[in-house]
Design a protein around this ligand. Structure first.
Ligand code: 13P
Length: 260
């Protein structure tokens, strides 16, 4: 049985005051979800605040990115050791907004996948649980290249680390065309891609594949979460916009708890 995870990626949103309010609202309305995992991914500067608010609540926290380097002259980067200092459980790796917009721009796809594999190695060997984001762009989607995109990254990871190493990680299928657009992938589409990813890992290691949690991300809301989470290979969600609204986020957690 895979325990679902509902992860709220706040992206670059929030202030001390608004975060406090949001966390208070979530904590007052969230049930004791013993059967699911819940995690919050604030901007790095607010990790301390989130840790203080969530300590002892059972909700986890993590970062939106991690450097592939251990330490050194890398201005603006955050290392796995720093993340560990703040008791983070998870880190996201390879979110499409980083791939498309920031330092990961202009890299050849294979080099990019290699960089993500290096980040994965650094995070996992530091004791963090990486959540690796995978998903096709709108163009790749239109050209029917979803499986190709997903396979390229999975194979790079497996070549780097071996399939067994995926037992220390989660995957998040986040089709770029569904992120922030209000157009979620249909539960059937997402299920097919998740199943395809699991089968790809199973070719190398069946047990790891069976236990691998694969999240779906892209316009998940309170009103579509239940139908997505009802699919057998969808093990929770990576939530953007709706994680900034306490009621929506709590509804999504409830939907995950109902589909264990
Ligand atoms: P939205 O839920 O806003 O579409 O964002 C999804 C996402 O990118 C989560 O990492």
């Amino acid at each position: 049985m895979r325990k679902p995870l509902v992860a709220g990626n706040w992206k670059m949103n929030g202030t001390n005051a608004s975060n406090r309010q949001l966390l208070d609202d979530i904590l007052t309305s969230i049930d004791d979800f013993a059967d699911i995992d819940v995690a919050i991914f604030p901007p790095a500067v607010y990790i301390h605040q989130v840790r203080e608010a969530l300590k002892g609540t059972g909700i986890h926290w993590g970062t939106q990115n991690v450097s592939s380097y251990l330490e050194g002259p890398y201005t603006g980067e955050v290392s796995a050791a720093m993340i560990n200092d703040f008791n983070c459980e998870y880190t996201l790796i390879g979110h499409s907004e980083r791939r498309c917009l920031y330092d990961e721009l202009n890299l050849d796809q294979l080099v990019l996948d290699q960089l993500l594999a290096e980040k994965y190695e650094t995070a996992a060997s530091s004791g963090l649980t990486p959540i690796i984001c995978i998903g096709e762009s709108p163009q790749e989607h239109d050209q029917g290249q979803t499986e190709e995109v997903v396979v390229r990254l999975l194979d790079t990871l497996i070549a780097h680390q071996g399939a067994k190493a995926l037992s220390r990680t989660l995957l998040a299928y986040e089709p770029v065309w569904a992120i922030g657009t209000g157009k979620s992938a249909s539960p059937e589409w997402a299920q097919n891609v998740h199943q395809f990813m699991r089968e790809r890992v199973a070719k190398h290691d069946r047990k790891t594949a069976e236990n691998l949690r694969i999240l779906y991300g892209g316009s998940v809301k309170g009103n579509n979460a239940a139908s997505l989470f009802s699919k057998s290979d969808i093990d929770g969600g990576l939530i953007g916009g709706a994680s900034l609204i306490a009621d929506e986020f709590v509804n999504i957690c409830q939907a995950a708890a109902q589909h264990i």
